[in-house]
Design a protein around this ligand. Structure first.
Ligand SMILES: [Zn+2]
Length: 98
C-alpha cells in the first residue's frame, strides 16, 4: 500500500508539466510527508499519508494556480509566469493587476 502511494506520487512528478501541476505535486509531496508523520504517530502510517496527500494536493493546487499571473490582452486566456507570448494570438502577454 505504501509503495503504491509512493509510486503514484513519483509517476505524478514525472508526468506533471504545467506550473499548476508542479504546485500540486509539491503540495502533495509535502502533505503526504506530513500525513505520514501524523499517521505514524497515531499508528496508521498509510492512512495518514493518504489524507495528508489529499490535503496537500488541494493546497498545492491553489499555490500552483496563483503562479498563472499573466494573461493575453486579445483573448484573455491566462498563462504561466514563464510564457512571454500568446501561442494562439502571437501577442505579448500582460501581467494581471491585483
Ligand atoms: Zn491569446
Amino acid at each position: 500500500m505504501k509503495n503504491l502511494v509512493l509510486g503514484g506520487i513519483i509517476l505524478f512528478v514525472l508526468t506533471g508539466c504545467t506550473t499548476t501541476q508542479k504546485g500540486t505535486t509539491a503540495g502533495t509531496l509535502g502533505g503526504a510527508a506530513l500525513g505520514g508523520i501524523i499517521g505514524h504517530q497515531s499508528g496508521h502510517g498509510g492512512q495518514g499519508a493518504a489524507i495528508g496527500g489529499a490535503v496537500g494536493a488541494l493546497g498545492g493546487y491553489i499555490i500552483g494556480d496563483k503562479m498563472k499571473n499573466k494573461f493575453c490582452p486579445v483573448g484573455g486566456e491566462v498563462y504561466d509566469e514563464e510564457v512571454k507570448f500568446c501561442p494562439t494570438h502571437g501577442v505579448e502577454l500582460k501581467y494581471k493587476e491585483e
